[in-house]
Design a protein around this ligand. Structure first.
Ligand code: FNR
Length: 184
């Protein structure tokens, strides 16, 4: 059987982003069980309908990566009790039909959501709002389990490296569940 592909989207461009580190930890846990690729979308411009057709090259590239993926795993911080604007911007681009013949790439796409923040809620509100947005786009969101990492700095060492002292077993459970979910 051909190996499944997971495309990871990280909602932070920060160099030492905890969410990026969480995505890298997930990649390690997934190992050989799937191809796990973190999507680079820092060059996707702000949405502007004037430039939608033809879509800018970075948008076309990311669309192809999402289209080719069997599942998308989003790792998001929480900004002011919501998901960051850069994630909304990317999803706004992805929400648009590619052409008259081809619908948008998130429709029916299996999606897992995780998030780390330095607050007590560990991105719960951002995740709930993301579920609402993705449901509107007819994505197939895995509602359980969803991983929240609260007070993330307490699970990092002095160098800011995420060691996931308490959250690692939950990340492992989510990885196992998502691998099953994308087979269904
Ligand atoms: C935050 N942060 C934050 N944390 C939280 O738990 N709830 C929140 O509502 C917010 N709001 C917020 C707004 C803005 C504009 C910033 C920049 C930050 C803190 C946030 O959780 C923390 O900076 C994380 O480390 C960001 O994730 P990355 O960049 O480490 O992946």
């Amino acid at each position: 059987m051909e190996q499944k592909r997971i495309a990871a989207i990280v909602g932070s461009f920060r160099k030492n982003s905890y969410n990026r580190q969480l995505a890298l930890a997930a990649k390690e846990i997934i190992g050989e069980r799937a191809i796990f690729e973190i999507i680079d979308f820092a060059d996707v411009p702000l949405m502007n309908q004037d430039f939608e057709h033809p879509a800018p090259e970075p948008v076309r590239r990311v669309r192809e990566q999402i289209k080719a993926a069997d599942g998308v795993w989003i790792f998001t911080p929480e900004y002011n009790h919501s998901y960051p604007g850069l994630l909304k911007n990317l999803i706004d681009w992805l929400s648009r039909p590619i052409s008259k013949e081809e619908r948008q790439v998130l429709s029916k796409k299996p999606i897992a959501i995780s998030g780390a923040s330095n607050g007590m809620g560990g991105t719960v509100t951002a995740q709930d709002l993301l579920v609402m947005l993705l449901s509107m786009l007819n994505a197939r969101v895995m509602n359980f389990p969803r991983l929240r990492v609260p007070n993330v700095q307490e699970q990092a060492n002095e160098q800011g490296l995420l060691v996931l002292t308490t959250s690692k077993p939950y990340l492992e459970k989510q990885a196992d569940a998502f691998l099953k979910f994308i087979q269904e």
